[in-house]
Design a protein around this ligand. Sequence first.
Ligand SMILES: Nc1ncnc2c1ncn2[C@@H]1O[C@H](COP(=O)(O)OP(=O)(O)OP(=O)(O)O)[C@@H](O)[C@H]1O
Ligand SMILES: [Mg+2]
Length: 214
Amino acid sequence: MSDKRVTYKTKVCKSQESHRIILERSGLFGKDIKETFENAVIDDDNNEIYTFLQSEWDLKSWLYIYSRENGNGKSYTGNAIANMLVSKGILPYVIREVDMASQVQSTFTDSTGESEYALMGKWKCVPVLIIQDFGKYGVKKDSEWWPQHIYDIIDHRVIEGKPLVITSNYDIGNLETMEKRFGSNHGPAIRSRLLGQCEVWNMFGADRRLGAVS
Ligand SMILES: Nc1ncnc2c1ncn2[C@@H]1O[C@H](COP(=O)(O)OP(=O)(O)OP(=O)(O)O)[C@@H](O)[C@H]1O
Ligand SMILES: [Mg+2]
């Protein structure tokens, strides 16, 4: 008698497996995975935006989450959005702008250009792209190589109607700031597209990093 065993996958197994696959591809790692709305400290500073994101946001509209001050929870919120999307079976990709720039730089040794094309393709096409700490890299030594890439990703997502979520210390409404961060050519073009697409949310409150050590 042959010992053939058949494994039946239940609906629960399948959904756990698809959750695991989506999480693996989401760009979330380490403590990011624990940064959820469920685990968040909710207070007067974040109650309104967290209520909006969990029960009113349509999961498609573009968001620009901003505050000049450090540590009040912008990146946490970006990760909480990513974790929420994963739990709903939607693939996000969350990444810091500085990591995007260094990943593109690391492809410059590939003379075929294929590695860069693949990276850019991923960021243009992923269902929901979440860029953390937008504007941190920006223009370097008057070279707009990176702004040109970020412009290309944003423009592509506008054309394709694919959602983008951004967290940033930089005021998207301020033309001078955008020119400083992204150059005089791409700064205004990036600003125009983001202002046209994004619902802008301000984050408030004290630096939560300092609260943790006091
Ligand atoms: N609602 C929250 N509940 C619990 N911890 C939080 C919450 N919001 C933020 N934190 C924690 O506070 C610290 C600072 O948060 P975060 O990195 O999101 O700030 P930020 O606004 O992105 O800062 P920066 O402007 O420097 O990028 C992190 O350790 C984060 O895990
Ligand atoms: Mg941050």
